[in-house]
Design a protein around this ligand. Structure first.
Ligand SMILES: *Cc1c(COP(=O)(O)O)cnc(C)c1O
Length: 376
């Protein structure tokens, strides 16, 4: 069986985890957490990176940090993972979904302004497949209407938009180190990128259960107290040790993934030229991180047929997302602004191929040959 995903492994994870165990400190903000955060701050040019238990937790932190209140509205695509919405719904917000662009599957930046009301507080672009949203336009709209931009960059670690790392362009960004993402902290994990410097102090408090413990540890105050609402948004240093092994090999992981991505692209180009399927599109000026390789088929029926065929040949191909506005919670907590021209129809056609760092050339060739056989 060729799985859809295997968690990335570079080989040094255990040694670093042992080092963390021997250090006598495994809780959050230990040595490996510092190393990972500083590496990302430097590599991605971000004033403050904080490791968290998940991208979900980072999005929740962001919603608290920008003071989302009941009745506020938050604009985002409907074609995304549930956490993008849930984080804001937990604070009482109403989600306003807008349509996506069919080329990148990202939020259609030209549809955002029409969805803005006097209750709108934030825009949440999701960089699908690690391909950037049209951030210049989104930031200009946000500035004009005095809104926050929270980037869901769960899939965008190591991708750039016009030279800037995804997650560092909006006021706050969120990364995921879940095992299905390009870099993992041992299964679950995330990071909050605080780009707006005026939010850094409060971000520390919210992450430390609403206390100023971070300042206390730095010797800036002589005792710490309860200051604000918050939760436990720290990552165990044992997980940070696992992540450190992967960040050290970040270039290598990125290059391998890009190679696999390009091989799929080249091998399937003849099928695309024959009109049998559609390939992903990466607009100019963007560097993506090969987070995902998807193809688009004729319709949902053909996709079911395709997935069944691949499965019967020992290959797991999967679809997502069920558009959030069509789900029970999406109907309750959100509304769709404008026409659903592409969200449902394009997500119905999309299927993701197996792609992971440790995938072998032989495994990939089997997938390619099987796809060709399906269309033959
Ligand atoms: C994976 C993912 C998340 C959630 O990440 P976790 O680290 O599992 O919480 C959120 N948004 C998007 C777009 C994702 O792909």
């Amino acid at each position: 069986m060729i799985p859809f995903n295997k968690p990335p492994v570079v080989g040094t994870e255990l040694a670093y985890m042992k080092q963390a165990m021997d250090s006598g400190k495994l809780c959050g903000d230990g040595g490996f957490t510092k190393r990972c955060e500083e590496w990302m701050e430097k590599r991605f040019d971000c004033p403050k990176v904080q490791l968290t238990p998940s991208c979900t937790a980072s999005l929740e932190m962001a919603a608290i940090l920008i003071n989302i209140k009941p009745g506020d509205e938050v604009i985002m695509p409907s074609f995304t993972f549930v956490s993008t919405s849930n984080a804001f719904v937990l604070r009482g917000a109403t989600i306003v979904f807008v349509d996506i662009r069919p080329d990148t599957m990202n939020i259609d930046e030209t549809k955002i302004e029409a969805a803005i009301t006097e209750r709108t507080r934030a825009i949440v672009p999701v960089h699908y497949a690690g391909v950037a949203c049209e951030m210049d336009t989104i930031m200009a709209i946000a500035e004009k209407h005095n809104l926050f931009v929270i980037e869901d960059a769960a899939q965008g670690v190591m991708s750039t938009y016009k030279g800037r790392a995804l997650g560092t362009i909006g006021h706050i960004g969120a990364y995921s180190f879940h095992e299905t993402k390009n870099y993992s902290s041992g299964g679950e994990g995330g990071a909050t990128l605080v780009n707006d410097k005026s939010l850094i102090n409060r971000a520390e408090v919210i992450r430390e259960k609403g206390t100023n413990r971070s300042q206390f540890f730095r010797g800036q105050v002589d005792k710490y107290t309860w200051r604000d609402i918050g939760s436990s948004y720290l990552m165990s240093d044992l997980q940070a040790a696992y992540l450190w092994a992967q960040l050290e090999e970040a270039e290598k992981i990125n290059e391998r993934r890009l190679l696999l991505w390009q091989r799929y692209y080249d091998a399937l180009t003849p099928l695309a030229q024959a009109g049998k399927l559609a390939l992903p599109i990466v607009p100019e000026g963007l560097k993506h991180n090969a987070h995902m390789f998807y193809i688009k088929l004729k319709d949902v029926e053909q996709r079911t047929e395709f997935n069944d065929y691949m499965k019967s040949h020992g290959i797991l191909t999967v679809f997502h997302y069920v558009a959030l506005h069509t789900s029970p919670a999406g109907e309750e907590f959100g509304r769709f602004d404008g026409e659903d021209r592409y969200t449902t129809s394009e997500s119905d056609r999309l299927v993701r191929l197996p792609m992971f760092y440790n995938m072998t050339d032989e495994e990939q060739q089997t997938v390619i040959d099987t796809i060709k056989a399906f269309f033959a």
